[in-house]
Design a protein around this ligand. Structure first.
Ligand code: A2P
Length: 334
């Protein structure tokens, strides 16, 4: 077995939740101020605008293609579904066309879950208006056959690197056993001081799987964020005195002491942990501020204090137990 020698920039621009009409400008600002990684996905429904903005930046010489690391993700609608193996390749073709690129730097499997429906519009969307899952959605736990198809994409030169998102140790182990020479180079998961995932992090480090951290600022604009407490599971109430991560007292205190913003402390924490941190912003000054946070090195004492915030609190409910009905899933917590 081998670990990946892939080098990721310490910070990339998260594109989840960046709306059409905003995402293109955010990318232009980010690339101009020094970001070199764009973390997108087909499921973010903004890839065409991402592609247009990137094309403008390449044309204007803001960056060369080889200098910008472009990430996209294969969504659940396009896993291998039973005997239909054509879906993953079709998804990549759409993504490459939307992004106006001939190859991706990194293609990630978005979730270890497959949907029967390829067009969610045909059933009225993924969720109902109140945010609960659409009962018409048919889903299964599936990633091995989809990974096999993704390996083919790499052989064809359409993607340079491959990885997964939202995988726990058990799932990673399964892929490693099945594909000992071709297991994921990256696992992108939710990571921040409220959700430090020490076992998963240590497993990935041990096996040379790079970690990308999404929702590093506590995903304040997330549908499933702390502003949405009434789900009845108890997992959605914010921990630490009801404080969203950006308003956490300790984070604020460390920020004030170092003349940083709370967001910069969170970015610095992530970078110190060795993650590729993916803050989302569509605001020019916050985009620049977040990147600057990567240059600050928190000392061990601050890191130790921030460690005490870990309470296994997840902002992104995704496909968590009891939320979507996926009967064959050994539900994941990592
Ligand atoms: P905006 O896009 O208006 O800047 P996450 O990366 O954890 O998903 O968090 C994204 C949320 O945090 C968005 O609401 C984003 O809003 C906000 N955000 C991004 N950067 C900062 C910052 N430096 N300070 C405060 N809020 C920020």
């Amino acid at each position: 077995m081998r670990g990946s020698s892939l080098q990721l920039p310490p910070v990339g621009l998260g594109l989840w939740k960046s709306r059409p009409g905003e995402v293109g400008e955010a990318i232009k600002v980010a690339l101009a101020c020094g970001y070199r990684l764009l973390d997108g996905a087909a499921a973010y429904s903004n890839e065409k605008e991402v592609g247009d903005a990137l094309a403008d930046c390449l044309r204007d010489g803001v960056v060369a293609r080889g200098e910008v690391f472009v990430v996209s993700k294969l969504f659940n609608t396009h896993h291998v579904w039973h005997d239909d193996r054509s879906r993953p390749a079709a998804a990549l073709a759409t993504t490459l066309a939307d992004l106006r690129l001939s190859y991706l730097d990194l293609y990630l499997m978005h979730w270890p879950v497959a949907f029967e429906q390829t067009e969610l519009a045909s059933i009225g969307g993924l969720r109902l208006k109140d945010g609960t899952p659409n009962p018409k959605l048919v889903m299964e736990f599936e990633y091995v056959e989809t990974w096999r198809e993704m390996l083919q994409m790499k052989r064809q030169g359409k993607v340079r690197h491959l990885g997964v998102c939202n995988f726990n140790v058990e799932m990673l182990e399964k892929l490693m056993a099945e594909f000992p020479d071709d297991f994921p180079e990256v696992n992108q998961v939710e990571l921040h001081p409220y959700l430090a995932q020490p076992e998963l992090v240590s497993f990935c480090r041990q096996h040379g799987i790079k970690l990308m951290a999404y929702s590093p600022l506590g995903s304040a604009d997330s549908y499933s964020g702390a502003s949405f407490p009434a789900r009845g599971t108890g997992r959605f109430a914010c921990p630490h005195g009801g404080s969203p991560l950006l308003q956490n007292e300790l984070v604020a205190e460390i920020a004030a002491r170092h003349k940083l913003t709370p967001a910069q402390v969170l970015v610095a924490w992530s970078v110190k942990e060795g993650f590729c941190c993916l803050p989302k912003s569509v605001n020019p000054s916050r985009i620049a501020q977040n990147l600057a946070g990567a240059s600050f090195s928190l000392d061990e004492k601050d890191m130790e204090r921030l460690k005490a915030l870990d309470c296994d609190f997840r902002y992104g409910i995704g496909y968590q137990p009891g939320f979507f009905d996926c009967p064959n899933a050994p539900w994941f917590t990592g």
